[in-house]
Design a protein around this ligand. Structure first.
Ligand code: KG4
Ligand code: ZN
Length: 342
């Protein structure tokens, strides 16, 4: 018998609900929050309030589009964390209420596991196979930068991670320093296409092993621009495309160096990308080039599954459901990854 799962994601500034039948996606509805744009970043209080406004219509729409009655749902999967606590509480509370009223099991999902498993969401028109295990996942988002060895859907080892900022923050903060809008990643990506990536060079962070650091290089960009602006107040306007292209290449180089190292250390050549930054066109092209040269089997997520979405939460919930991994109704959201299981 096919299993129908409703997934709910509300960890940051997107309210999303999805319905899957086994791993086949029936609907994936998203309400993004424009309210944060003018503040240059997500304002937690406003995010919680917008989730509260969006959650019911988003879930009703997801069920309608899937052509599924709520009584047909076998289980409800929700993002327990990591994320903004006030945002998570909205999705978690709704999931609990629905689980209780329908008398269906509740499944807590780690947001990071969701990103990693986004490759397993099947679309009706899909004729590609998901990655086989084990594989390496380069998880790059606004909150996380990790290289994971994924041994099966529910077991992975973190081989390396950022010790400070995430790479998405480096994109966003770099964009902010250059006076571009929020979120900066897509804007930098757009400008970078017009520029010369070799125009400016930035120093690489010296971090041992497979860990990352992005906070120091952000400061070095700030000082570099401060010095240039002292000579030419229009420096940024005159060189915007080259600056974006060079900054983007710098970040891509840092990610690629560590990934190559992880492949060498593990001997695993099956590579997946996940998270918002995996939408970056420069990173995708670079990964394709590296994969071709090095004989990697590469899996790039469809763009719409790179940023936060409930389809990935539903599919992670599906794998947990199959293992009987449901949770109690007294489960509480957590803001940090270390506070919960996979
Ligand atoms: O996965 P995500 O939606 O949320 C988190 O879990 O953090 O990732 C959001 C991040 C933001 O930092 C955003 O700037 C970045 O993903 N991003 C990009 C691109 N699209 C989104 N960064 C670089 N290039 C892009 N095209
Ligand atoms: Zn995310």
């Amino acid at each position: 018998m096919a299993i129908t799962i409703l997934g709910i994601e509300s960890s940051c500034d997107d309210t999303s609900a999805a319905v899957i039948r086994d791993t086949l996606l029936l609907s994936n509805v998203m309400a993004s929050q424009e309210v944060h744009r003018v503040y240059g970043g997500v304002v937690p209080e406003l995010a919680s309030r917008a989730h509260q406004q969006n959650i019911v219509p988003v879930i009703v729409r997801a069920l309608q589009l899937a052509n599924v009655e709520k009584e047909e749902i076998d289980a409800i999967a929700f993002t327990r964390g990591p994320g903004l606590l006030g945002s998570l509480l909205v999705g978690a509370s709704f999931a609990k209420g629905l689980a209780l009223s329908l008398m269906r099991p509740l499944i807590e999902v780690n947001h990071l596991t969701g990103h990693v498993l986004s490759h397993f969401v099947r679309l009706p028109e899909d004729d590609t196979e998901p990655p086989r295990f084990p594989f390496l996942s380069l998880l790059v988002s606004g909150g996380h930068t990790q290289i994971l060895q994924v041994n099966d859907p529910l077991h992975y080892v973190i081989l390396g991670q950022t010790i400070d900022d995430a790479v998405g923050e480096a994109f966003d903060k770099g964009a902010k320093i250059m006076g571009l809008g929020y979120p900066g990643g897509p804007v930098v990506d757009k400008w970078a296409k017009e520029g010369n990536p070799l125009a400016f060079k930035f120093a690489k962070p010296r971090i041992e092993g497979l860990d990352f650091s992005f906070s120091g290089i952000k400061t070095s960009l700030l000082y570099f621009l401060r010095d240039q602006l002292a000579d030419n107040p229009q420096f940024i306007e005159h060189h915007l495309a080259d600056l974006c292209a060079s900054w983007q290449l710098h970040l891509i180089d840092i990610l690629t160096d560590k990934l190559i190292k992880a492949v060498k250390e593990t001997g695993i050549t099956r590579i997946t990308l996940a998270g918002g930054v995996s939408a970056n066109s420069g990173l995708r092209t670079r990964m394709q080039t590296e994969a071709k040269q090095r004989g990697w089997e590469l899996f790039l997520p469809p763009i719409r599954f790179t940023t936060d979405n409930a389809a990935m939460i539903a599919v992670a919930g599906y794998f947990k459901y199959k293992e009987g991994l449901t949770c109690e109704l007294d489960v509480a959201p957590v803001s940090r990854a270390g506070e919960m299981s996979k």
